[in-house]
Design a protein around this ligand. Sequence first.
Ligand SMILES: [Zn+2]
Length: 451
Amino acid sequence: MKYILTFLFSLATLTMSGQGIKAGTARKCITPPLPFWLTGYAFRDKPSTEVLQDLWTKTVVFEDRPGKRVAIVTCDLLGLSHEICEDVAQEVYAKYGIPREKLLLTSSHTHSGPVVWPCLSTIFNFSSSDLQAVAKYNQDLKDHIVEAIGMAINDLEPVVITSGHGTAGFAINRRMQTDKGMVIGLNEGGPVDHDVPVILVKRKDGKLKAVLFSYACHNTTLSSYAINGDYCGFAQIDIEKANPGVTAMFIAGCGADQNPNPRGTVEDAEQHGKSLAGAVNGIISSNSLRPVNPPIRTDFTTTTLDFMPFKPEVYREELLSTDIYRQRRAELMLEAYNKGYDATKYPYCIQTIRFNRDLTILGMSGEVVVDYSIKLKKMYRKENLMVAGYCSEVQCYIPSKRIIEEGGYEPESSMIYYAYPGPFKTDVEEKILTAVQKSMKRTGVRPSAKN
Ligand SMILES: [Zn+2]
């Protein structure tokens, strides 16, 4: 009996001290064949024929007990669709036994990447050959993501995980109140989140294997026709150059109302990349890192968000609008209405991945505004937290109550391009925060005490 207890105690100590966790990494190139249409801006009127930087899907798979795996996937893309996430999740479960709550799919939100159909479909007027090309890209993308996860599983080896936080200052709040209403500009005093959470995965010999890092800012430094990952593409390359053999993975934060400043040139994107990579490299060389131990607990929760009531007469009128995007949105809304679909509800998903009591990654879908990460970091201030936006599908902007009440691009006009009957009802923030708290609680995280 005594021996059994001693054995169980050593086993528990071994797990609690971080021994026994494994990680594997892999990447696949997801640069589309040229020419190919890029997405993120409505003004582009021809496909891209130039690659400034290749795009990647990268994966890190963690195994905290034999056969029990968690996969985190990054993509240098504007966003994934619901269909892609569902198809990938089904295949990953069938092939590797990783269930949905243990698969986190993220996108960097680069505005210099390929169309992922049908996200933002109203900004395009595609021919049948364009549609064939985007359908083929969707299929190849799914295959690449699934394959990279398999490759990462084959790469599993014992690792030690640590984490830290740096800062980068190039994100600026872009919602500017003017005489003409709320416009996109530079709001110097507006809310920002300059936190750069970093997760380091080291091999047993001390060599760095993977770095996961996050920042809350749109990848909109560039708006040309050349394919590239924007500032986070440059940051990943810089980190990988400075640390040979490492897989650098960018996870976008809640940067939906944040733009890089300045923006417009490749030099600007390089400079922001350097500044972000500098913050990450500072953490890599730091002596005060926090150990991150297994076990890993996960949760996947959905909550239903409501748009303002749907009025078909509004869209019948918009069909006659001179604005082509309003016309296209109206066609889709009326088609849904005529088929009896309820286009006023959206099932919104939230994921939590928690490493023991040491680190929590909260994954929120869509373009999440910075109010959420600021509030959640306050609410869970004793938790070592990485709050990610752009997880799973990027269906539309996810505004806070404040932003819905203020109006402007994020809560209102962006919904035309995303083909939703926006804006959301103002209770959207409360619903999301309630669902986040439920999801966090299921992995053992409770809000920090008031003082
Ligand atoms: Zn965006």
